[in-house]
Ligand binder design. Structure first.
Ligand SMILES: NC(=O)c1ccc[n+]([C@@H]2O[C@H](COP(=O)([O-])OP(=O)(O)OC[C@H]3O[C@@H](n4cnc5c(N)ncnc54)[C@H](OP(=O)(O)O)[C@@H]3O)[C@@H](O)[C@H]2O)c1
Length: 314
């Protein structure tokens, strides 16, 4: 495993982070009976050297993580979890933050969260998050119940990072979780220079999702983009958009291309990988530790997808 420093937090984190949500939720999404298997995925990740584990109140996997990490010295791990945004209309949203944190601590079996995020903040939520929820988050930090404050963007609704662009001007976060992949590399233009200037820790989500784990899905997306005129017919073979990526980078699989693309992006500290499949986890860790894609492949990807900011990779 390789380790890096998560921006101004100073936390030493593995460059691979285990995502316990996303389309798989450690395999629980498709098979809610597979708790033992899900615990096994978390332990496998730790055995592979992963020390950054990301979960959330809403994933239903905090308890799984709690069971998997029981008995492991707490300072060997960096635990990241998230608070679902409370309803702005209710009497005390601040109190909801406190209650959510207490519940997360209990599920995770710990007395302190390393990175506590507001979860899926969309542009419409931002003023509420800053003015009503941040004071409660700061209080939790002062009380020693959380170490650092993070935010995750609502990438599906905010593919061009409007919330992060606004909030990074206001210096709120220690850590941000950003949607970034080769089909929507727009954070390179709009987010990563600000995070580097301010030494904000960056967690990369949506590295793979469906489009970059299923070649047929990618073909359908590219055909649609060509049809809409979003990418030009001449720049790639629409019948086989995967072809050049694999051939010219000597990668074994499409997810390998996608993970190598993210891992070597300047400004990204941790690439999150979410899976319920032990073979995928092993392969993904290997992919993230491989060298950068060759420069000609990166240039071609930039020519094709570099200006897009509308896709999520779903
Ligand atoms: N707003 C937010 O806060 C937010 C939103 C999304 C995600 N996240 C975080 O980011 C983490 C990562 O999630 P993500 O959304 O970025 O998804 P992702 O990890 O990019 O994609 C996961 C999907 O790819 C498949 N997959 C993974 N490796 C594969 C491989 N080697 N071959 C084929 N398929 C493969 C998984 O299926 P299998 O189970 O079959 O492997 C799953 O369907 C989440 O777990 C969560 O912690 C946060």
């Amino acid at each position: 495993m390789e380790y890096t420093t998560l921006g101004k937090t100073g936390l030493k984190v593995s460059v691979v982070g285990l995502g316990c949500g996303g389309p798989s939720r450690l395999g629980l999404r498709n098979n809610s009976d597979s708790q033992e298997r899900a615990i096994g995925i978390v332990r496998q990740a730790i055995d592979l050297g992963v020390n950054f584990i990301d979960t959330a109140q809403s994933y239903g996997t905090e308890g799984i993580v709690g069971k998997a990490i029981a008995g492991i010295p707490r300072d060997r791990l960096v635990i990241s979890t998230k608070k679902t945004l409370p309803d702005a209309g209710q009497p005390s949203p601040e109190n909801e933050i406190k209650k959510g944190l207490e519940q997360s601590l209990k599920h995770l079996g710990t007395d302190c969260i390393d990175v506590y995020h507001l979860h899926g903040v969309e542009p419409k939520d931002y003023d509420f998050a800053r003015d009503r929820l941040m004071p409660a988050m700061r209080r939790l930090r002062e009380q020693g119940k959380i170490r650092f404050i993070g935010v995750t963007e609502g990438f599906v609704q905010d593919t061009s990072h409007q919330m992060l662009q606004q909030s990074l001007n206001e210096d709120l976060w220690d850590v941000v979780m950003v949607g970034f992949n080769l089909l929507n590399p727009s954070a390179r233009r709009t987010v990563f220079s600000a995070t580097q200037d301010k030494r904000v820790g960056v967690l990369n989500m949506f590295a793979v999702r469906r489009a970059l784990s299923q070649p047929d899905r990618l073909k359908a997306i590219v055909a649609d983009l060509i049809q809409k005129g979003a990418i030009s017919r001449g720049v790639m073979n629409a019948k086989d958009p995967v072809d050049f990526m694999l051939r010219e980078s000597s990668a074994k699989t499409l997810p390998e291309v996608a993970y190598r693309f993210c891992r070597h992006e300047r400004g990204v500290h941790v690439v999150l990988t979410g899976t319920g499949n032990p073979e995928h986890l092993k392969a993904n860790v290997e992919s993230i530790l491989k060298p950068a894609l060759p420069e000609p492949v990166l240039q071609k990807l930039e020519a094709i997808f570099g200006n897009l900011d509308t896709l999520t990779g779903n």
